[in-house]
Design a protein around this ligand. Structure first.
Ligand code: I3S
Length: 128
């Protein structure tokens, strides 16, 4: 359904469907809302678009815009503790401005690749 049946154009080095929820915004805890989310790593930005109900959710065209994006510069990634989520394979992403996201996939190779890509991006852009 939704994203899984849609052929999506990958406009950057890395993209895919992940389960994503925000847990903190500007340092304040917000309610979890896990959603299957089309995720694109583009330069030092991570862009998200929720797929449900939209057949054209890709970035770069004039049809859709990213619903949410975070700047990875000055951020950090780590594997989330059990207290953060009962799910398996959860990455905790913290941004410089105090937004925290959880990013998850059931497929361990997929989430391991994302962990590596996010870590590399954060390291590469650390001093910008
Ligand atoms: O950290 P929490 O509060 O245990 O997170 C769970 C809740 O957000 C729950 O939603 P409701 O409390 O609105 O029913 C979600 O369905 C769960 O998926 C959340 O926990 P996990 O462990 O899956 O991140």
């Amino acid at each position: 359904h939704g994203l899984h049946n849609t052929v999506l154009f990958c406009p950057s080095e890395k993209c895919g469907v992940l389960n994503v929820t925000k847990i903190t915004e500007h340092g304040k805890k917000v309610r979890k809302n896990w959603a299957s989310t089309w995720t694109v790593l583009q330069g030092s930005s991570l862009l998200f678009a929720k797929g449900q109900g939209s057949g054209t959710s890709w970035f770069g065209g004039n049809q859709s815009k990213p619903e949410f994006m975070v700047d990875l510069r000055g951020g950090s990634v780590e594997w989330a503790s059990k207290e953060k989520s009962s799910k398996k394979h959860v990455i905790e992403l913290k941004t410089r401005v105090g937004t925290e996201l959880l990013i998850q996939s059931e497929i361990d190779t997929v989430i391991n690749d994302w962990f590596r890509a996010l870590s590399e991006t954060i390291n590469t852009h650390a001093w910008e």
